[in-house]
Design a protein around this ligand. Structure first.
Ligand code: MTE
Length: 320
C-alpha cells in the first residue's frame, strides 16, 4: 500500500540507537539530571530569541508535584530534535522546517455542542487559565519514550469554559492546515488536517493537559506550538499538536491515524504492554538517549488516575 511506504513512524524502535542522539546527549544530560527544570523565577514567557513566534505571555506557572517520575527527564536537545509532526515530513528531523509555522496570531475556535461558540486568539484564551508545570512520562506507539516537564493548564478548565451541552460525548481537536508552509500537507494521501478526539469524560480527567510550554519555555514549533494536547496514559499520536479547534460532538469521529490504518491505530490508544501492535511488541520501550530498554507500564503508569473510565467499556478495543 502506498501510504505504508511513506510512514516512518510505523517502524518500531530497534535497540540500536541513533548515533546523533548519543553524541548530543553526552553534552546535555548534565544540566537536566534530576527533577523538573523550571525555576519559578525564570523569565518563562515573553519574547525569546529562539523563535520570534513565541511572544505569548501567561501567568507564571506553579509547580504541580502530584505526578511523579520514575526516571530522568529527557534531555532538552533530544526532545526537540526527534519529533513526529507529519505536517512537516514523515521523518523525525522536522524541527528546522517547523519554524515556518507562524504561531502568532493564532485563532482558536471552540464550537459544536456548546452553549455559545467561542472564537478567540490564543493570546486571549490563555489569560483565562492558571498555568502550572507538571512532569509526565510520554510513550510513543513506536516503542520509544520520554519524560518531560510540561507547562500549561488542565484541559478540564477549557471544557468548563466551553460549557458543553449534555448531548456532548466527544471533544474533537484539529490541527492547522496550510500546505504552503507545511510540505507534508501536500502529500494528498494523508487525511489532513490532523484530527484527534477524546471522550468528554477523558477530556475532564485530571491528567489531560494543554501544553503551551516545556522545559521552562514556550513550547517550540516542532513540539506543537502554540498549544498541544498531552494525554500521558495514551500512545503519543493522541497528543495532537498546534490545535486550532475544539469541537464538542455527539458522534465519535474517525481520527487521523484511524482513517489511514484502522487495523493498527484506534480511537482509544491506551498504553498496554500486554497488547502488541500488529507488527511489534509493546512490552518494552527505549527512553530517548538510553541504550537499555525498560518495561512499559499499563496506562503508562497512570492506572490509578484513569482506569475507572474504562471499566464498563468491555466491547471496546481500548489498547490500540
Ligand atoms: N500532531 C500533529 N498535528 N501532527 C503529527 O504528526 N504526531 C503525533 C503527535 N501529535 C503528530 C501530532 C505523534 S505520532 C507523536 S509520537 C507525538 O505527536 C510526538 O510528539 P513530539 O514530537 O513532541 O515527541
Amino acid at each position: 500500500m502506498l501510504i505504508r511506504s511513506k510512514r516512518g513512524w510505523e517502524l518500531p524502535e530497534s535497540d540500536a540507537t541513533d548515533e546523533r542522539i548519543f553524541h548530543s546527549r553526552r553534552n546535555l544530560i548534565k544540566g537536566l539530571a534530576s527533577g523538573a527544570v523550571l525555576a519559578a523565577s525564570m523569565p518563562v514567557f515573553g519574547k525569546t530569541t529562539e523563535n520570534e513566534n513565541l511572544n505569548y505571555s501567561f501567568s507564571v506557572p506553579v509547580k504541580n508535584n502530584r505526578y511523579k517520575l520514575d526516571r530522568e527527564l529527557t534531555p532538552h536537545k533530544l526532545a526537540t530534535t526527534y519529533n513526529n509532526f507529519y505536517e512537516f515530513g514523515s521523518h523525525k528531523q522536522i524541527s528546522a522546517d517547523a519554524q515556518k509555522l507562524k504561531t502568532h496570531p493564532w485563532m482558536i475556535t471552540i464550537d459544536g455542542l456548546v452553549e455559545e461558540k467561542i472564537k478567540i486568539n490564543a493570546h486571549e484564551l490563555f489569560k483565562h487559565f492558571n498555568f502550572e508545570e507538571r512532569v509526565y512520562r510520554f510513550r510513543c506507539v513506536e516503542a520509544w519514550s520520554m519524560a518531560l516537564p510540561w507547562i500549561g493548564f488542565p484541559l478540564a478548565e477549557l471544557v468548563k469554559m466551553a460549557k458543553p451541552t449534555s448531548d456532548a460525548k466527544y471533544l474533537v481537536m484539529r490541527s492547522f492546515q496550510d500546505p504552503k508552509i507545511a510540505s507534508g500537507q501536500r502529500q494528498f494521501w494523508y487525511p489532513w488536517p490532523y484530527l484527534e478526539a477524546l471522550t468528554v469524560a477523558e477530556a475532564k480527567n485530571e491528567l489531560a493537559f494543554i501544553a503551551t510550554g516545556v522545559y521552562g519555555k514556550p513550547i517550540p514549533n516542532q513540539m506543537g506550538a502554540p498549544l498541544r494536547l498531552v494525554v500521558p496514559w495514551k500512545y503519543g499520536f493522541k497528543s495532537i499538536k498546534s490545535i486550532i479547534s475544539f469541537t464538542f460532538t455527539k458522534i465519535r469521529p474517525k481520527t487521523f491515524w484511524e482513517t489511514i490504518q484502522p487495523a493498527e491505530y484506534g480511537f482509544w490508544a491506551n498504553v498496554n504492554p500486554l497488547v502488541s501492535h500488529p507488527r511489534w511488541s509493546q512490552k518494552t520501550e527505549r527512553p530517548l538517549g538510553k541504550t537499555t530498554r525498560i518495561k512499559t507500564l499499563l496506562y503508562n503508569g497512570y492506572e490509578e488516575y484513569v482506569a475507572y473510565m474504562y471499566k464498563n467499556l468491555v466491547t471496546e478495543n481500548l489498547f490500540r
